[in-house]
Each structure stands twice: as C-alpha cells, then as structure tokens.
Design a protein. Structure first.
Length: 366
C-alpha cells in the first residue's frame, strides 16, 4: 500500500485499559467485548493486547473459531447466542458460552441431543427495561427453570440502556430493581455491566463485567472529558500525510460544495484520508487534525478542517503551520485528537467512527 494512511493499534494501551477495568471492578471477571472487528481495531490486535481478560465476547461464531485457531483456551461468549439451530454442534466443539435471549433459542437448547455430553454455560438474558433483547421478567423465571432442568449452567444477564446518562428512563437503578426482584432465589452468577456501568455505577457490576468501548480508550458518552478520571489510553492512532498544498486567495473556495471560503490569503494542506477510509463526511469546519511538525519550531499543533471531507481526501487550514509541507504527518485521531472529539464535531459517537474504519486502511499492530 503506497497511500500514507495507517491505523496503528497499540497493544500496550489495550493492556493499560484492561488493567484500569480490573482496578474499577476488582471483584469481577472480565469479558473483553470485541464485536465488530474489535470496534474496528482488528481481531488480531485484540487477541494480542487483551489476552489477559477472562474471556472474549463477540457475535459471530466464525470469529470464535478463529480465536480457537489462534490457541485461545479461555472462555468465549456469543453475545447474541446462536442465529441458527445448526450452529449448536460447532458452538459445543468450540466450547462457547451462549447468550439465550428468546424462546426460539431456548427450544434449540432443550432439543439439543449433545447437551448431556457437554452442557453449555448459558447467559440468560433478561429484558429489564431496554426492550431490545431478552425475556421479560415474567417469562424469565420459567426460562431459567427450563434451562436448569435441561442441565445447563446458568448465569443471569441484563443490559443497561442509560448507564451513561443520569436521568434518562429507564435508569440503571430502575433496571437493577427489576433485575434483582426477578432473580430472587435463583442462584447463579450475574453479568450486567458495560463500560458506562463500570465507570459510573460501581454498585451494579455483577460477577462478569462486559467492557467494550473503554478498552479502546474512548468514552461511552462520546465526550472525552467524561472519562478523564479513568485515565484510559487511545488504542488506535489514525495517521496520514499531507499530499499537496494549495495557496488560496481571499474569496477562494475549497472542495465539493465550496463550504469554506478563504477569508484571506492562506495555505491549505490536502490530507490523504477521506470518508472511504472511515473518516466522517459530516465533520464540520473546525474539526481538529493534529499536524506533527507544523509550527515554526517544528513541533505539533492542531490544524482545523476546512471544507467538505471527500472520498479520499480532506483539507486543513495551515495558517498557523508555516513548516507544513508535503509529507508532513497528521493524526486524524489518537493521543492528540480523541476520536470522541472528531465524533462530536460530526454528530456521532466514537463507537461509530472506530467500527467504521474502512477495510482499505492498513492496520499495524504495535
Ligand atoms: C457491545 C456490548 C457491550 C459493551 O458495551 P460498551 O458500551 O462498548 O462497553 C456489553 N454488553 C453487550 C450485551 C453488548 O452488546
């Protein structure tokens, strides 16, 4: 690949963030959530950087197979369980733990002939108010008893809708109440907490926590300030280079749509990164890009985006960067520019940007 764009993934940051989870949830075991190619970071990097977790949680049984092929002997949780009955044997062979969130999945497990030979660990999912997946409280207890009778090893699981927002209904508190009432008298380990719960609701952790976004160093709220206290490190650094420089006169406009008009004579740097790389086209003028060697002393500084992001390129304001030249390195997000900031300037959250990193961007694991 000759294009200068590169996503570097720092396994040391993964380890650091995982240690932070251990400190925040010292009594809990940790599922490292690595769905969506480890939030865009690649399964390879997650496997390398997060292998001291107690287990990996993901969606696709083929990715579980890949983990086993790499030699992973720890636990694997299929977060949405099986999608088809015919995956039962493979899931057993791969020694996966299964979420069971609906009656159909429950019937597959009841009818599974291999269950006597090696019963699954089941994470039975309760809909305690989010109304996405899971059994409503009334149906939950019956489901628990049926799976228990079928010989499976059960865990109680639920998911919070608003652990990152104080007052939005349903609150963590109201969902916790439903959860606790429903499982009363049914002895089994619990799994409740995503990143936001680990960060802000330490009374609702359970026996197995399920951090995702915080392992990657980004914020559940979409605001980096909100997680400053947690001292996480960005696992992904997205870099590229300036590939051309334009000299604009006052009144000249940049790129498609001519959104930005030069207020004076100025230089603009053209960076090899566009929306086909996963950079958001919605990024507003002023979205920060960090230029490694641009100021008069040759140190780094922020250069704001000017004009619409196009498919393969974006443009940055070089008025404060007299040293910028073709080949100057820029960081699109990472240590200098939190992905959360780019997301905020683009009307989305860091999750979406990380997951949307395009397959055409080469990934280097460090
Ligand atoms: C994605 C996911 C998580 C992780 O959520 P974060 O907000 O990224 O920490 C936890 N649990 C379930 C069920 C999930 O689907």
């Amino acid at each position: 690949m000759n294009r200068p764009i590169l996503a570097s993934i720092h396994t040391e940051a993964f380890q650091h963030n995982l240690n932070r989870v251990r400190e925040l949830a010292p009594e809990s075991k940790i599922w490292a959530v690595i769905k969506a190619r480890a939030y865009g970071h690649s399964f390879e990097s997650a496997f390398k950087g997060l292998s001291s977790a107690d287990g990996f949680a993901l969606l696709d049984i083929e990715d579980a197979r890949w983990l086993r092929q790499q030699g992973w002997r720890g636990r694997i949780l299929l977060l949405e369980g099986l999608f088809h009955e015919n995956e039962l044997l493979l899931a057993q062979e791969l020694n996966c733990d299964l979420v069971v969130h609906c009656e159909t999945q429950l019937q597959w497990l009841e009818g599974f002939e291999g269950k006597a030979h090696k019963p699954f660990n089941v994470f039975l999912k309760m809909n305690s108010g989010m109304n996405r997946l899971g059994f409503k409280p009334k149906a939950y207890r019956t489901a628990f008893h049926r799976l228990h009778s079928a010989g499976y090893h059960l865990h109680h699981m639920t998911h919070f809708a608003n652990a990152d927002q104080a007052d939005q209904q349903p609150t963590v508190g109201s969902q916790m109440e439903v959860f606790s009432e429903t499982i009363e008298g049914l002895e089994a380990p619990t799994s409740l907490a995503n990143s936001a719960t680990i960060l802000w609701h330490r009374n609702a952790l359970g026996d197995w926590v399920r951090p995702g976004i915080m392992l990657y160093g980004a914020s559940p709220t979409g605001s980096q300030e909100d997680i400053a206290h947690a001292h996480l490190k960005a696992a992904m650094q997205l870099h590229s280079e300036i590939i051309d420089i334009q000299e604009l006169q006052k009144g000249d406009r940049i790129g498609y749509g001519g959104r930005f008009e030069a207020p004076e004579t100025m230089r603009v740097g053209i960076v090899a990164c566009g929306y086909a790389d996963g950079y958001p086209r919605q990024a507003q003028d002023g979205t920060p890009v960090w230029l490694a060697d641009g100021d008069a002393n040759g140190s780094g500084l922020i250069c704001p985006i000017v004009g619409n992001v196009s498919m393969d390129m974006l443009s940055i304001d070089l008025r404060n960067a007299p040293n910028a030249k073709i080949g100057s390195v820029v960081e699109l997000w990472g240590d200098q520019v939190p992905v959360d900031t780019v997301a905020q300037m683009s009307g989305t959250i860091g999750y979406e940007l990380l997951c949307a990193l395009a397959p055409r961007v080469p990934v280097k694991i460090k």
